[in-house]
Design a protein around this ligand. Structure first.
Ligand SMILES: Nc1nc2c(c(=O)[nH]1)N[C@H]1C(S)=C(S)[C@@H](COP(=O)(O)O)O[C@H]1N2
Ligand SMILES: [Mo]
Length: 525
């Protein structure tokens, strides 16, 4: 019991410290909350193969699992500190100082950190140490250790009740001590919960401001009716923003103040300049339907979405600065210091690379990069879709490397032609008779030519394609199938408009995107 009380003292000290830090961070900068700062640093330090494994294994839960692991790891170390506190309090205190010091260092070493970002860790340190010292003293009293107050002082303090006239014996003392510890532990827990919830509410209360988006000078055509209206189970032609995938390295979504936000254009340019959001939005706007894909999308995966984007042509902004020398990349920086490299030749080959400020008829959501992000049709997001954009630097790959380049991912990463079966669902059971096999196929900036389906060992059959929304957009497809009872294998493959079939050889997302044919197995009953 005694050891448990000391371990608990350490754990509660950590919980109280973390909660205090979270509360302070809620007011200053949510991302500098101790567990989040350490989590972000862990993300950046995780070797690429481990990151890939985590994304493949946990999907979009990877962030929760990471934060949970950091928290559990911290609590285990804190329990050790608690056990040490019985005999070596200074060592235990040193332990807490070290842990919170690491959190402070992690917060200060984030790419866009400000000195104030250390404050949550300082709060965590102060509250953690004070809680540990206090609870360890209560735990000591409960164990009947050398009492923190000499017995005589109990008397001197005066009787609490008129009957209490003698010095309490050891048993009475430790019973009171146990009660004292329980009270202290409950009190700390309650305060910690309040602080953590307060910090969370405060951080969540910050939201992005409403902005007015001017109409596009160059509008997209009305979106045709998609196959989803006739073939049930097929992905809608346009992905609703609510279900659009989200991929980034951020544990806390940056909430950018659009009134102070600026876009800086610098590097190998004649005229570096800075513009405000109003200035950016006042430039001629284009509206385009573009399908985005994440390089981490596995064959048959869901890290893909098709949306209508409103924005300024990237070349319009770059031309305003004027290129000088021979840069070969656009290095884009997000408000948190995260960087992406995009090949300049791709940006300038006539495609609709843009600085988007609108998505599906609304301003960007915070999760999708408010107030402005890059969209580069045909390239995976990690080389062309910088969210929370704040700086564009013309430079060379030799001089500067971005986040993923430093982690050995491909520098030029065109999206690979691919097809996905949406219906029937893998391993589902369907009724015998006429049914539809359907899904989406994509070959951004080349365009989908044909999609073919193969059932079991049959021949490849041409499917019917949905409406054509341009070469940067995905294409829905379906095939009527007379499903006979039994187990069946359905495979799909796409060929682009240039006649180039998708790569059938299986490849992992690292380093330049997955490839391979998707095959699903279904039971027909
Ligand atoms: N600032 C920032 N921008 C980013 C990323 C990031 O981690 N940080 N991830 C990129 C990746 S890998 C992809 S696939 C797209 C995803 O955009 P979405 O979340 O809007 O779908 O954003 C890109 N832009
Ligand atoms: Mo991505």
């Amino acid at each position: 019991m005694t050891r448990l009380r000391f371990a608990l003292s350490g754990i509660l000290a950590a919980v109280a410290g973390i909660a205090a830090g979270h509360l302070v961070a809620g007011f200053l900068a949510p991302a500098s909350s101790p567990v989040l700062a350490i989590g972000s640093t862990v993300i950046d330090l995780t070797p690429t193969p481990v990151k890939e494994w985590a994304i493949a294994t946990f999907g979009t839960n990877d962030k929760l699992i990471l934060q949970g692991s950091v928290l559990v790891g911290t609590l285990v170390l804190a329990a050790v500190a608690g056990l040490l506190a019985r005999r070596r309090l200074p060592v235990a205190v040193g332990f807490i100082v070290l842990l919170t010091g690491l959190a402070g260092a992690a917060a200060l070493l984030r790419p866009a950190a400000r000195p104030l970002d250390a404050l949550p860790a300082v709060a965590a340190m102060a509250v953690g140490v004070a809680t540990l010292v206090w609870l360890a003293r209560l735990a000591g009293a409960a164990a009947g250790d050398a009492p923190s107050r000499a017995p005589g002082r109990d008397e001197a303090a005066g009787p609490r009740g008129s009957v209490m006239t003698t010095v309490p014996d050891a048993e009475t003392r430790s019973r009171a001590g146990r009660r004292g510890f329980i009270g202290g532990a409950l009190g700390i827990t309650a305060l910690a919960v309040l602080a953590a919830v307060g910090g969370q509410l405060r951080a969540g209360a910050q939201s992005v401001k409403k902005v007015v988006l001017p109409a596009a000078a160059d509008k997209a055509k009305a979106l045709p009716k998609g196959l989803e209206t006739t073939v049930s189970g097929i992905s809608p032609l346009r992905t609703p923003t609510d279900t659009f995938y989200r991929v980034d390295t951020n544990l806390v979504v940056p909430q950018v103040d659009v009134d102070t936000w600026t876009l800086e254009v610098d590097g190998m340019v004649d005229q570096p300049f800075t513009m405000t959001f109003a200035e950016l939005a006042a430039m001629p706007l284009i509206e385009r339907d573009i399908t985005m894909t994440c390089v981490s999308n596995e064959v048959g995966g869901g890290y893909i979405g098709a949306a209508r984007w409103l924005g300024v042509r990237l070349t319009d902004v770059l031309d305003r600065a004027g290129i000088t020398g021979s840069p070969d990349q656009v290095l884009s920086t997000a408000v948190d210091g995260f960087m992406i490299s995009t090949p300049l030749a791709v940006v300038r080959d006539g495609r609709d690379a843009m600085i988007a400020i609108g998505m599906n008829g609304a301003q960007l959501r915070a999760t999708h990069g408010f107030p402005a992000r890059l969209i580069t049709p045909g390239l995976y997001g990690f080389v062309g879709a910088t969210k929370w954009l704040t700086r564009l630097t013309l430079t060379t790959y030799a001089a500067d490397q971005s986040y993923w380049t430093k982690r050995q991912w491909a520098t030029d990463a065109p999206i690979k032609t691919s097809a996905r079966i949406d219906t029937p669902a893998p391993l589902s059971t369907i009724k015998a008779g006429t049914t539809a096999i359907g899904g989406v196929a994509w070959a951004q900036h080349r365009g989908v030519g044909t999609v073919e389906v193969k059932v079991d060992d049959g021949a490849w059959q041409r499917t019917k394609l949905g409406p054509d929304v341009g070469i940067d957009y995905w294409r829905q497809w379906y095939l009527e199938w007379d499903a006979t009872p039994g187990l069946h294998r359905i495979a799909v493959r796409a060929t682009d408009l240039e006649g180039q079939p998708q790569i059938t050889q299986r490849a992992t997302p690292f380093p330049s995107g997955s490839s391979g044919i998707q095959e699903v197995v279904v039971t027909v009953a």
